[in-house]
Design a protein around this ligand. Sequence first.
Ligand SMILES: *Cc1c(COP(=O)(O)O)cnc(C)c1O
Length: 410
Amino acid sequence: MSLNQGRSYLAIPGPSVMPDAVLQAMHRPSPNIYAGDLIDLTHSLIPDLLHVARSTQNVAIYIANGHGAWEAALANTVAPGERILLLATGNFGHGWADMAERLGAVVDRVEFGKRSPIEMQAVADALAKRKDYKAVMAVHVDTATSAKSDIAAVRKVMDDAGCDALLYADCIASLGCDDFRFDDWGVDVMVTACQKGLMTPPGMAFVYFGDRAAAARQALPQVSPYWDWAPRVDPDMYFQYFCGTAPTHHLYGLRVALDMIKAEGLDQVFARHETLARAIWAASDAWGQGGPLELNIADPAHRSHAVTGVRIGAPLGTQLRDWCEHQAGLTLGIGLGMAPPDDPAWHGFFRFGHMGHVNAQMIMGLVGTVDAGLKACGIPHGPGAAEAAAGIIANATAPQTTGAGTQITG
Ligand SMILES: *Cc1c(COP(=O)(O)O)cnc(C)c1O
């Protein structure tokens, strides 16, 4: 028997759950792309996109996924033969650095392994050896490991070392989920995409850049015309925003998604993600008391609030994911880059995606379903996971005046 009929829940770290309001805004006839509402709507996105990243500078929109934003960032700032320092905290940093190499850059890599964030002493040591980098490349949240790194601290180490490289941040998994401050943290180039914290179907990507990055673009002998960000942020004609036809329906969807973020308030969006993440971690800690389940990142301060990587041992990760998908309508994320795909150990990992349009009942459903899956699959685990998650959610939401929050136990 299977119990998976009903609304399914894709709890992978992107694409994320799409709000019905976003989908409904996209369900319309094709708009005029030469005049009318679409033009005004597009202009209106720019300040709100900047706000989500706490930036007052520039953002270019691309019809692309995150990989497109990676290439756009490189195409505008790095010439063949120039040197980049990658601070690698998982799969995604290496993917971006591989792309830089294919575009002719020379990449030095500092490896932090699969279970830790960027450690500043190692960055300082690397910059003590040489500092003639064009860019230092960091991933705010590496979606494979779920490690979150301190981007402001990277800038400080660069400043202290006298390194004037551009600082790149990949916020594809973190924007709209974890607090990120483009201006305050001294970031020069930030890449993101619409299908994770921004709750819109895959297809749009964004490159944020500041004055130093704009100057680097001006100094390049040539920039690939499609990826060139200059006309996109200062278009004489509407089509230059996108170097061609606008992503019409995505723009309507994104407008609604950004309205939802604005209406909730950015600080509240981050607080919601943090509380729901903590509920998943509390449940995981309870499971881990009596079995092999363990969070990939030990220190909560270094964990993403949008994705949580889990180790459970092969083949239990795949068994549990299969059970959740086929018996309960819940799709969990695969373990990415933790072991080679042809290695049996690959089956020992999974990830919870909890980014964007998620609320308390969805996370309680997620926790309860995984608990049932552990039981159904005969995987040893400690008791009390749902109670632990409920306690986190109750404590964060209990009316202050009654003191009910302090009475909750378990
Ligand atoms: C999802 C993701 C990417 C890749 O984005 P695509 O849209 O799949 O190209 C890159 N970096 C991070 C951190 C991501 O989470």
